[in-house]
Design a protein around this ligand. Sequence first.
Ligand code: MOS
Length: 710
Amino acid sequence: MIDPSIGLPLPRVDGRAKVTGAAQYAAEFNQPNQVYAVVVNSTVGLGRIAAIDAAAATGMPGVVAILSHLNAPRLPYHEHRAFVDPAIGERLHVLQDDQVRFFGHPVAVVIAETLDQAEHAAAAMRISYAAETPVVRLDAPGAVMIVPDAARKPSGRTIADGVRGDPDAAFAQATHQIDATYDIAREHHNPMEPHATVALWDGDHLTLWSKSQFVVNEAIEIAAVFGVPAEQVLVICPFIGGAFGAALRTWSHVTLAALAARHVGRPVKLVLSRRQMFYAVGHRPRTVQRVALAAAPDGRLAAIIHEGTAETSRYEQYIDALTTASAFLYACPNVRTTYRLVPLDSSTPTFMRGPGEASGIVALECAMDELAVALAMDPIELRLRNEPTVNEQNGLPFSSRSMRACYALGAARFGWERRDPRPRSMHDGRLLIGWGMAAATYPSSRAPANARARILADGTAEVETAASDMGPGTYTSMTQVAADALELAPADVRIRIGRSDFPPTPPHGGSMTMASVGSAVQAACLAARALAGGTNYRDIIARRGGEPIVAAASSARGDEQRRFSMNAFGAVFAEVAVDPDLCTVRVRRAVGAYGAGRIINPRLARSQCTGGMVGGIGMALMEQTVVDTRDGRPVNASMADYLVPVNLDVGSLDALFVDEDDPYVNPLGAKGIGEIAIVGMAPAIANAVFHATGQRVRDFPIRIEALLST
Ligand code: MOS
């Protein structure tokens, strides 16, 4: 009998491969006779290409071909929409016309024998434009607010206009009111690994080694773009060096790599530069949010009004759940949420860790902190007095909700009872110390997934499923799920993922890989074990003449989504130290306590959550894509100028999990933690900054200048 491995803090099964360099990322694949493609990006923010002078570049050493709209073939671009694609609009078509829709729009591709030669020739391209003035900021003159078409239905995760009770009247009548506007900057994902694709055509079959969180869709998407059957496109992505949502969609550079490879009849490698990672591979949209809260003197909420506005592109309406949580995180009879978009001359935003909630809960939870101050009430106490018993938005019971336990566990670990509530009251030498907290939530969802298990003659097993692993430890956690279902030791299980020809899976995102793929892996392994009729696999297979036992299985949700509101919940606590003279802010420590169902691997879960908290430090204090108001150029498109937290910016982080047994969410009982890991951290820090300084900064990131200015 083998001990269960689910719940054990196993180290990563791929850890050795990663640290030794054996793990191959997209840009590290090479093919015989390979050439290199470099994208040329527009240097204006809107308009038309007037002329392309490729004469100098064409004659440079090593140049094999140059593609632009002047000579690129027209591509079919058949209709295809994955659920990671915006429901409204049409994806960017590249090299099909002379239009420039945003700064950095791909306008040409240079293909050469070496990367240096391709970069050199790309720099020699002379392109002139008939430029127009783009609208690049949601508060710019000419920016127009619209109702997102895909959010007009009063049901669904994103609702343009949601209301219950009479929030405006209740707000007007209440004794305590907060009415504040929060502005959160555009962010770029900035994973360590840039986007990269190696494209190889064999007749009309295409293989792509490509960074993707959704290999199944990448194959279908590129097949649709080129008008070939989907089964003729194979996408391979065994490892991802971070993505945070940036690789959920298949962006235009994948098309450019495939187009270049077909044009020159050789394999092509295309890697985006760090600068190019700021142009057209998605970003967290800037949001401006008004939150108005009203409460009775006892703290009970009388009204919640949350009006959120986010940027999108002119050609697609990207939407997320910006204001969704405000309708159910607290008990309140009068709630109004609105969600609007402002189309800009920019590329389309996309999901970025905790999409929607991460931004929306900044506004809600900072406003709750402001309300606690107005009521002279402890911020945890205020939240406890507004704990709902059901999801008041849809009337459904929660499948489980451990919010109270999260407050208690997090507060105890943090030492919250030692907090002096008065701003500027806590010090460490000359430093101002601030303690802040915030609640967090993210939905637990699940999508149909498939897996195949194979038990081999040596008694070991391998499991195949298309899912990616962008870093959370999917190889390892799936090994544990499979090992337990097969009653094998983890060392006797091999997980094979990251191929579009493996059993299909949903996107590796939305915190649903364990819920979806894990359930499928478990089902396939249970089916294989049932087929074997025992766990003496070597003997059983020997009696079968050595023939492996193979079982495939699907897993999909039942009706639980209609019966329950299913969400992870958490409470995040942060301590900052603010230098009173320089106004620098340091996050010295933070504790996150989460109710996320079953934790498959506590070591990985802790790592994933503290990683998300690092992202929250970035959101609160550092990350901001600065856009040149004249042309939309991302001004700080480098890792020197776009600030992300590095080791010295990150204090001591701790992630705790409350015991939570949720029999409804999925067969594994795992709610998913990838997104909630970032939610709550930024408002906890902002609230700590207020506590330290007495200054309420509502523009994110909170910069030194904002604290110096008063
Ligand atoms: Mo996550 S934003 O779904 O990669």
